[in-house]
Ligand binder design. Structure first.
Ligand code: MG
Length: 392
């Protein structure tokens, strides 16, 4: 069932005492903002929830509760234990809710993709818990903590995180069945209900900020995530422009846009002198600010003597692909006195489209004469202008 058919709510548990931090941790600044604000924002901005419920310690509820309520986040008093806080917040979950996510207030780095993956897994399995493989070997110790007693095989163990997601009914049953006063992880009660929670593979960045050094780690991750997100913004259309000219001489084939045209003269150049492909490739490289074809095929490189310009186009496509750019369209204007090119428009469009792996209607080719003026007008050269746009 698609997620939008569920009316999802999120519970964020922020009632912890923060004994390991030396002070109350939920309001510690993380890169300049209280950690709890970052955590709540991750859920609100995910767009996956119709409501967010925040369980706050009494002193914070008094101090910050009204501001949260004003921002549309419902608040509940946290209890003395995680389980009590969860019960308190669960009272506010609407009976019509489909899925409920339970998250630690101290995990501000949760990624929207992980939240969505956990909800989807809970929608089908009833309950889902994100987890990562253990890096360290875990050993069981004696009751007095003085001796190691056994070593469970690491491959069968995982470290669990949040958001732990449940169908509302499953979480209600879990709360009813929870016999102990407290659990470090409420999903363990599922085991006693005979429900198997789905494992959602998570990543090591979704850390729980528990000790002062965790703040440093979290801030380092945040810096990097910011850099990555600014690089992975929605693609934008970009334009590029290219130009080329080659001398028209006897004894050379005339190749324009990869099409051999019957003519007594052809274009001089290291390659086949295809001004159309050269101008188009320069326009494409220009659109992604990746230089010009001369950078990739220096005229001094003797190995490119006589190469077909489709090899230049192939290289251009590689550069575009490496920059994750996709061609939208190209438009070329050939300037030539002779031969008349109108009869060749369609063949050139077909050829350029094939070489650049485009649809024909993404390729435009036209020609102009130079009215007998200058070198081109005197039939000594052919030139071409090209524009291109890419999505990057
Ligand atoms: Mg050229």
């Amino acid at each position: 069932m698609p997620l939008e058919n569920f009316n999802n709510e999120a519970i964020i548990l922020a009632g912890g005492s923060g004994v390991r931090m030396g002070r109350e941790k939920q309001y510690l600044p993380l890169a300049g903002r209280p950690m709890i604000e970052r955590t709540v924002e991750a859920f609100v901005s995910s767009g996956l929830f119709s409501g967010v419920i925040l369980a706050l310690a009494p002193e914070n509820l008094k101090k910050h509760g009204p501001a949260w309520e004003k921002a549309g986040v419902r608040t509940a008093p946290a209890g003395a234990t995680r389980m009590e806080s969860l019960r308190s917040a669960f009272r506010l979950v609407s009976p019509g809710a489909g899925l409920v996510a339970v998250h630690d207030g101290a995990r501000p780095l949760v990624a929207p993709a992980l939240i969505e993956a956990c909800l989807l897994a809970a929608a089908s399995a009833g309950a889902a818990v994100p987890a990562v493989p253990l890096k360290d070997t875990v050993k069981a110790v004696s009751a007095d903590g003085k001796f190691f007693e056994s070593t469970p095989p690491r491959a069968s163990l995982m470290a669990v995180q949040t958001p732990q997601c449940y169908r509302r009914r499953v979480l209600a049953d879990l709360l009813a069945a929870a016999a102990e006063k407290d659990y470090s992880d409420e999903s363990q009660v599922l085991e006693q209900l005979g429900i198997k929670a789905a494992v959602v593979p998570s990543d090591y960045r979704n850390i729980k900020v528990t000790t002062p050094e965790d703040i440093l780690i979290a801030e380092a991750f945040m810096k990097e995530t910011k850099a990555v997100t600014s690089r992975s913004r929605a693609p934008l259309a970009r334009a590029g422009f290219g130009y080329d000219i080659h001398r028209l001489v006897e004894g050379r084939p005339l190749v324009l846009g990869g099409v051999k045209i019957d003519h007594p003269k052809g274009l001089l150049g290291h390659s086949d002198g295809d001004v159309v492909l050269h101008a188009i490739c320069d326009a494409l490289l220009g659109a992604i600010s990746a230089g010009e074809i001369g950078v990739y095929f220096p005229p001094t490189d003797l190995t490119i003597m006589g190469i077909s310009s489709s090899a230049i186009a192939e290289k251009t496509l590689e550069v575009l692909a490496s920059r994750k750019a996709r061609i939208i369209n190209v438009d070329a204007t050939i300037v030539a006195e002779e031969p008349k090119l109108k009869p060749h428009y369609e063949a050139i469009r077909d050829s350029v489209a094939r070489i650049l792996r485009l649809e024909k209607d993404e390729v435009s080719v036209k020609a102009k004469s130079r009215e007998g003026l200058g070198e081109v007008g005197h039939g000594e050269a052919i030139m071409c202008f090209a524009a291109a746009s890419v999505l990057k």
